[in-house]
Design a protein around this ligand. Structure first.
Ligand SMILES: NC(=O)c1ccc[n+]([C@@H]2O[C@H](COP(=O)([O-])OP(=O)(O)OC[C@H]3O[C@@H](n4cnc5c(N)ncnc54)[C@H](OP(=O)(O)O)[C@@H]3O)[C@@H](O)[C@H]2O)c1
Length: 292
């Protein structure tokens, strides 16, 4: 297949491009510099020039505080940008995989969210991503809208200054004697490499629609930090933050664990428990820094 990846130099975009290329597909990566998704004048000719059969849109404005400060820009990228890509792919008869987020939920359910659960975003980021989902689902019938959560990968997250949570914890563990981490926000940390492989699987099916795509299980950020330090043998004093110790500047869901119900019902789910994904990531990281 001819495939175009938007957000191609991002944390997820790089792994997505690599996963499809590894399967022998002809992948064209499009960076922000090459295509501004806010602008149909940029999106249309870029995709027409490639004539892809599949487009994967990983591009987003997803820094939660910056989105809150600039709702118009957040909507322009996450809403109108998604609309532009949906219209351009529909006109080309191409399938669209559009990446969305667990932040479309408010976290009140306190048990894993399935695809049929009612979204109720708490912040501008979540609202604008939800608007993007609506555009995609309403415009291009050949769509996979894929919600992911708490992602981390080998490539830097551009919107978050490069360091994912795992790398941040390891860096801080060398700089401080004690680390205090929140224990009242629950997610499912998921490696981008696994998501990329899941998208390859999904793209081979015709079961278009809305999908949750996260590793199995869930943890608080404190529990994730504890697992990182245990698996790497890092010695640092790790404490639970007191309630309210780190007040969030923007409301966020306290519980945004997703259930891969649609993937499972179609026997497409490839995800493993989050601890396995983390162990693999850390092993690979260790191998990269240890000379053989
Ligand atoms: N990171 C998370 O924990 C998380 C959690 C849930 C969902 N998601 C979703 O996962 C997706 C990928 O996130 P990521 O972690 O890979 O983020 P990332 O590393 O920040 O990558 C996002 C990419 O989008 C590009 N981009 C931003 N605005 C654009 C625009 N207007 N036009 C074209 N390209 C633009 C960025 O380029 P520049 O940097 O050059 O602007 C970057 O290459 C996003 O849809 C995000 O909403 C992420």
């Amino acid at each position: 297949m001819k495939i175009a990846v938007l957000g191609a130099n991002g944390q997820l975009g790089r792994d997505v491009a690599a996963a499809f290329a590894a399967e022998g597909h002809a992948v064209t990566g499009l960076t922000h510099e090459q295509v501004e998704i806010e602008s149909m004048e940029a999106v249309k000719p870029a995709l027409e020039g490639i004539r892809p059969e599949l487009v994967v849109n990983t591009a987003a404005f997803h820094h939660v505080e910056k989105c809150e400060a600039d709702p118009a820009r957040a909507f322009a990228v996450n809403g109108i940008g998604a609309r532009n890509v949906a219209q351009a792919t529909d006109a080309l008869g191409a399938t669209l995989i559009h990446i969305s987020t667990d932040y479309v939920f408010d976290g009140m359910k306190q048990e894993p969210y399935a695809e049929e659960d009612q979204p109720r975003p708490l912040n501008v980021y979540g609202n604008t991503k939800l608007s993007g989902e609506h555009f995609v689902r309403g415009i291009n019938p050949r769509h996979f809208v894929v919600r992911v959560s708490a992602i981390y990968g080998e490539n830097p997250c551009r919107a978050k200054g490069g360091l994912n949570f795992v790398e941040l914890m390891l860096k801080l563990s060398h700089e401080r004697e004690e680390l205090r981490v929140v224990d009242d926000e629950f997610v499912t940390p998921t490696p981008t490499a696994q998501i990329a492989r899941q998208l390859v699987e999904l793209s081979g099916s015709r079961h278009y629609g809305l999908y949750h795509a996260t590793a199995e299980g869930s943890c608080s950020w404190f529990e994730l930090a504890a697992a990182i330090f245990e698996m790497t043998g890092t010695r640092v004093r790790l404490e639970r933050a007191r309630p309210g110790e780190f007040p969030a500047k923007v409301p966020r869901p306290k519980y945004s664990v997703l259930e891969n119900k649609a993937l499972k019902s179609r026997s497409l789910n490839i995800f493993t428990p989050w601890q396995e994904g983390l162990a693999k990531y850390l092993e690979k990281r260790e191998a990269a820094v240890t000379p053989s």
